[in-house]
Design a protein around this ligand. Structure first.
Ligand code: ACO
Length: 332
């Protein structure tokens, strides 16, 4: 008798987040930067952001988010055999933030590494973890998005410094058998991931320093209008492909949790795909753009307030520097 081998799915067991102690409102920023609350809210929807203090780094925020995710997953640190941290602002050029978080959590087994795809980092990290878990090589993963973008902002450049904030979010993924051998869209877990990159767009969004060029950390530079145009014009391709790969449509989605860069980009992308406004999770007003941390922060908010529930169909989607972009559909 042949035994049926069911495929594995990466199922979300828990989610958590962490923010720096200091919250900075637009009004407070007005004192330091030539800007206004009205300009920021109208152009971006951002009302406040959190800024890391000297004692707060990407890895300390990431470790705090990981602990919160482990608590909701009812898992111990020792149950984890894979840690992937998405970040463009690690504490040091090396070692990775992931290995620092691993040590902070007291984990000595398994593997830990960073993924760098700027604001799309968390989507890339979930897709990467899913490949490890569904191959059967690893059992339980912490996937973290953690950033301290305040450290790479040029605070004299009002066109960029008002947009970003610091923070971290994390999820625990566990390899579980799907209901059927081939897997269906009714399974819990990651159902598909669609990733893209196109390096020709580097000059539109980049950091002007690094170890191999200037030997400095550098500052973020951005052509805001160009990024906006690409984000709304192109990014929906991966979302369409994610729907096609799972045989689902915008109507089947319970929640759309996009990268939180700008309310106008979020609204325009949802509208283009026919996703009802009531299904869109928006937290950019509270956190600003926290790059790779923005999606797990938003997931954490929407799980804590009871919106995202077990069995819900959730799409996460992001675009970041490079450009890099991607979408993942998860049944919670
Ligand atoms: N406060 C007040 N005025 C400002 C500010 C500010 N912080 N920044 C720019 N201005 C002024 C400009 O100087 C300009 O003045 P002028 O008309 O006298 O020359 C005016 O506001 C309009 O500037 P624009 O750059 O045309 O403003 P725009 O409407 O394009 O909005 C923005 C700028 C918000 C950056 C927009 O282009 C955008 O949202 N782009 C998307 C970029 C983004 O979200 N990136 C996030 C990082 S990438 C990612 O996460 C994927």
């Amino acid at each position: 008798m042949t035994q049926e081998h069911k495929r594995l799915r990466s199922v979300v067991k828990g989610v958590g987040s962490a923010l720096p102690k200091r919250c900075v409102s637009n009004r407070e920023l007005e004192r330091e930067v030539d800007t206004t609350d009205e300009w920021i809210v109208q152009r971006t929807g951002i009302e406040q952001r959190y800024i890391a203090g000297d004692d707060e780094t990407t890895s300390t925020l990431g470790a705090a988010a990981a602990r919160a995710a482990l608590a909701t997953a009812d898992c111990l640190a020792e149950d984890i055999d894979l840690i992937i941290c998405a970040t463009s602002t690690p504490d040091y050029t090396f070692p990775s933030a992931a290995t620092m978080i691993q040590a902070d959590l007291g984990i000595t087994k398994g593997v830990a590494f960073d993924v760098q795809a700027v604001c799309a980092g968390f989507v890339f990290a979930v897709a990467t973890a899913d490949k490890f878990l569904t191959s059967g090589s690893h059992k339980r993963a912490l996937v973290i998005g953690a950033e301290t973008f305040s450290r790479i902002l040029d605070w004299r450049d009002r066109t960029t410094c008002v947009l970003f904030g610091d923070g971290a979010g994390a999820i625990v993924l566990e390899a579980q058998e799907a209901q059927a051998a081939e897997g269906t869209a009714a399974d819990r877990g990651v159902l598909t991931s669609q990733l893209r990159s196109d390096g020709r767009h580097r000059a539109k969004l980049y950091v002007d320093g690094g170890p191999s060029t200037t030997q400095t950390t550098g500052h973020l530079r951005m052509e805001g209008k160009e990024v906006f145009r690409f984000a709304v014009g192109q990014v929906t391709d991966v979302m369409r492909e994610a729907f096609a790969a799972t045989g689902t449509t915008a109507d089947d989605l319970d929640w759309f949790v996009p990268h939180q860069a700008n309310r106008r980009i979020i609204d325009a992308s949802a509208q283009k795909l026919g996703i009802a406004p009531g299904k869109v999770v928006t937290t950019v007003q509270f956190h600003g753009n926290t790059s790779a941390a923005s999606i797990p922060l938003a997931l954490s908010v929407a799980c804590a307030d009871g919106r995202i529930k077990r069995g819900d169909l959730v799409m996460i989607e992001a675009i970041g520097g490079g450009f890099t972009w991607g979408a993942v559909i998860i049944r919670w």
